[in-house]
Structure formats: C-alpha cells, structure tokens
Design a protein around this ligand. Structure first.
Ligand SMILES: [Ca+2]
Ligand SMILES: [Ca+2]
Length: 76
C-alpha cells in the first residue's frame, strides 16, 4: 500500500518535471496528430495568439516542426 503510493507520487513528480509546457499547454496536448512534433498549425490551434515569428524562433533546426525541446524553448 505505502509502496504503491510512493511509486504513484514519484510518477506524478516525474510527469510534472519532465513534461514540456508552453503557455500552460503541454506538448502532448499541442501535438494534435500525435506524430511527436508540433507544427505551427497545431500550435496556433491551442495558442491562438502565437505568431509565426515566435514559432520560427523556437524551431532551432528550421524544419517547420517543434520537437519537445524546441517546444519547451518557446518564449511564451
Ligand atoms: Ca503533430
Ligand atoms: Ca524543429
């Protein structure tokens, strides 16, 4: 029982610290088609105020898709 609770608490802590968030939106929530990348269309669907300039600035390898680390670097 207590061991199970500890594991659950640990998983919860990992989920919080390991997840990428931008503007309160998680990477998983922004990646609408679940392909592991967030396009500008997907990003603007969850954050309507985001500009393409911001997207391109975060897209450090310029492939027009944000991976998790690029998403986490969004200056939002
Ligand atoms: Ca996607
Ligand atoms: Ca990229």
């Amino acid at each position: 029982m207590s061991k199970r609770l500890t594991a659950a608490a640990l998983l919860g802590a990992l989920a919080v610290s390991g997840a990428a968030f931008a503007e309160g939106v998680s990477f998983e929530a922004a990646d609408g088609d679940q392909d592991g990348y967030v396009s500008f269309e997907e990003l603007s669907a969850v954050i309507p105020t985001v500009s393409e300039d911001v997207f391109k600035a975060a897209d450090s390898d310029a492939n027009n898709l944000l991976d998790q680390s690029e998403f986490a670097a969004l200056p939002l």
